[in-house]
Write a protein that binds this ligand. Structure first.
Ligand SMILES: [Zn+2]
Length: 605
């Protein structure tokens, strides 16, 4: 009996040893993988450990869920590597894995310390939408930053830790192997985490019929490791790609639709989409430096109506522009891809439609079809939607306008809609304006916060110069239409932070929003210009635009307004309660970021 028990225990012991041995044999690799994959989890713990935030009750679940999935992956990799019998081949494979892990480690820290960003679908979208020129500008802007240096420092420290573990691995494993309790506890912990991983993984990896369904499950499980984040991004991008397809099909049908008519004879409607325009840096909105003198003059002469309270639903170009060009109303729970694009209605009504886009990506139509450009330039839609588009992009927006003015698109047709998409005040700010437009310097920026050193004040001055140059570009656009019957609508896709109230520039993709983040990243400039002839021809329209200029608006709902200005009528814009220009307009809540933030509620606090 006793010997049977001994045999049984001996077998169990051998089984435990066999179970944990891949971890022991590849301890360095296993630990590095686990830490790298869960880096975001550890970085998030920072706020509870160091900053003393109250620990929420979901935190243990969050850690266990994240660790579970990654333990399985790390274990499988360790198991595979430990079975490579050829020593040289094993060393080579390990080096490759270590290199990939350290690269991943650095990129994760780079995103975290510079942008407070995770591996979200938006970050992947940005990566895929960025072309070579933008990428090198981006790196030039961010490589010298404090966040990058810190990320690099931590990555080097990790490399040192990896070398130490590899060096002392045998001693550590021998020490543990001699202690049965340590082996038993390790095996138990490993098995428990793997069981959790199987549970979480099985819930995450299954077919979903809508993005919302997936969002609910993933927020319930709260796994925040890199593998879950990549999976989440892939699922969300899959849905985005299908949304884009749906929109393309819908809009090609709209282009053939009868019953979309226009009441105007000769008219030009212009939309200028700015980029990263922080309206609190425009003298049109009370900024202390004269950054918008030309538009101020237009306003003072009575041609320009400046809107006081307009916000963007996102701080990202693609999401913002898709909602801006579509006829959906976010406040009514409508998604952009289920509603036609208003430019398609203009085209169907007989307008000549041009798109001069300084952000145009020439890789559009490739495999990465989820981006904004895959909608705007999908061959099926673009060939029928636009009568002309730009075929090259320019360092400065002014050259884009010159290129348009020199083309024959400007005067083509009696009904014209011209859309301009500018680079505006996108980072790197100093590259957004020609050197002769350098009017402001660091000396013009007051030293009113401790973090505002010379470099940061220079950055702010660059932003203000870019804003001043943008004022010049916009006035050049207006000059093209001064003798026509034309209305020009100008807005930005979103705002931008330029060290306004904290030591931060660009946009923050952290889901926890604050009123100040919304003020600088979501409030946008919005103005409508009437040419002298448009004022004479349609004085009542100017009156109506003036009357609504202090109304709270969100740019997802400019569609009905654009159609009214264009004089286009269709079954899509007969509901006056959706039209900001109408007396029957029923504005909805201004819901930002997939309706997770109520702008007015949050900023009223
Ligand atoms: Zn943008």
């Amino acid at each position: 009996m006793k010997s049977n028990e001994n045999i049984g225990l001996g077998r169990l012991w051998r089984w435990l040893i066999a179970f944990v041995s891949p971890v022991g044999r590849e301890l360095g690799l296993f630990v590095t993988m686990l830490v790298t994959f869960n880096l975001r989890t550890f970085l998030n713990l920072n706020r509870y450990v160091i900053r003393g935030h109250e620990v929420p009750d979901w935190l243990p679940r969050f850690i266990v869920g994240s660790m579970g999935i990654t333990v399985i992956v790390a274990y499988l990799v360790a198991l595979t590597v430990s079975h490579i019998s050829n020593k040289r081949r094993r060393r080579l494979v390990k080096r490759l894995i270590y290199t990939a892990l350290l690269l991943l480690w650095f990129v994760t820290l780079f995103l975290h310390y510079n942008f407070n960003a995770d591996y979200t679908p938006q970050v992947f979208t940005l990566l895929f939408e960025t072309n070579g020129g933008e990428a090198s500008e981006f790196l030039r802007a961010w490589l010298p930053s404090h966040g990058t240096r810190y990320a690099l420092f931590l990555s080097v420290m990790t490399l040192a830790a990896v070398i130490l573990i590899e060096r002392y691995r045998k001693a550590i494993v021998d020490w543990c192997g001699d202690r049965r309790l340590v082996v038993a506890l390790s095996a138990l912990l490993l098995a428990a985490l793997m069981a959790c991983g199987c549970y979480v993984g099985s819930k995450l990896v299954r077919p979903y019929s809508s993005p919302t369904q997936f969002e609910i499950v993933s927020s319930e499980l709260n796994s925040n490791d890199i593998i879950s984040q990549w999976h989440t991004s892939a699922v969300m991008l899959y849905f985005a790609r299908h949304e884009t397809r749906h929109a393309i099909e819908l809009n090609t049908k709209v282009l053939d639709e009868k019953g979309i008519t226009c009441t105007r004879d000769t008219f030009t409607l212009v939309l200028v989409i700015g980029e990263s325009y922080n309206k609190h840096h425009s003298s049109l909105y009370g900024y202390r430096l004269p950054t918008s003198p030309r538009l101020e003059a237009e306003r003072d002469s009575g041609n320009l109506v400046v809107f006081a309270d307009v916000v963007s639903p996102y701080n990202l170009t693609s999401a913002s522009v898709k909602n801006m060009l579509s006829l959906n109303m976010i406040s009514r729970g409508e998604r952009w891809h289920n509603h036609p694009l208003w430019p398609a209605l203009l085209r169907a009504a007989g307008y000549e439609l041009t798109m001069w886009d300084n952000q145009r990506d020439y890789k559009a139509g490739s495999a990465l079809t989820f981006s904004l450009n895959s909608l705007l330039y999908s061959p099926e839609l673009a060939n029928r939607l636009y009568t002309a588009t730009n075929d090259s992009t320019f360092v400065y927006d002014g050259n884009l306008i010159d290129n348009f003015a020199g083309s024959n698109a400007l005067h083509k047709g009696k009904l014209r809609c011209h859309i301009f998409h500018l680079m505006g005040q996108h980072t790197a700010y100093e590259r957004r304006y020609p050197v002769q437009w350098r009017s402001f310097t660091a000396a013009d920026v007051p030293l009113n916060a401790p973090y505002l050193d010379l470099r940061r004040r220079e950055t702010i001055a660059h932003y203000d110069n870019a804003t001043l140059y943008n004022d010049y570009v916009l006035s050049n656009i207006l000059n093209l239409y001064r003798d026509n019957n034309a209305i020009v609508v100008m807005l930005s896709d979103h705002g931008e932070e330029v060290y306004d109230y904290r030591d931060f520039m660009e946009r923050d993709h952290n889901p926890d929003k604050t009123p100040l983040m919304l003020r600088y990243e979501n409030e946008v400039p919005f103005a409508i210009w009437f040419s002298p002839r448009a004022i004479v021809n349609t004085p009542e329209l100017l009156q109506r635009v003036r009357a609504i200029s202090s109304r709270p608006l969100m740019i997802d709902n400019i569609g009905p307004l654009m159609l009214t200005l264009a004089g286009v009528t269709s079954r899509y814009n007969c509901d006056e309660s959706r039209n900001p220009l109408s007396d029957s307009y029923r504005p909805g809540l201004r819901l930002l970021y997939d309706s997770s933030v109520d702008y007015d509620l949050m900023t009223a606090e």
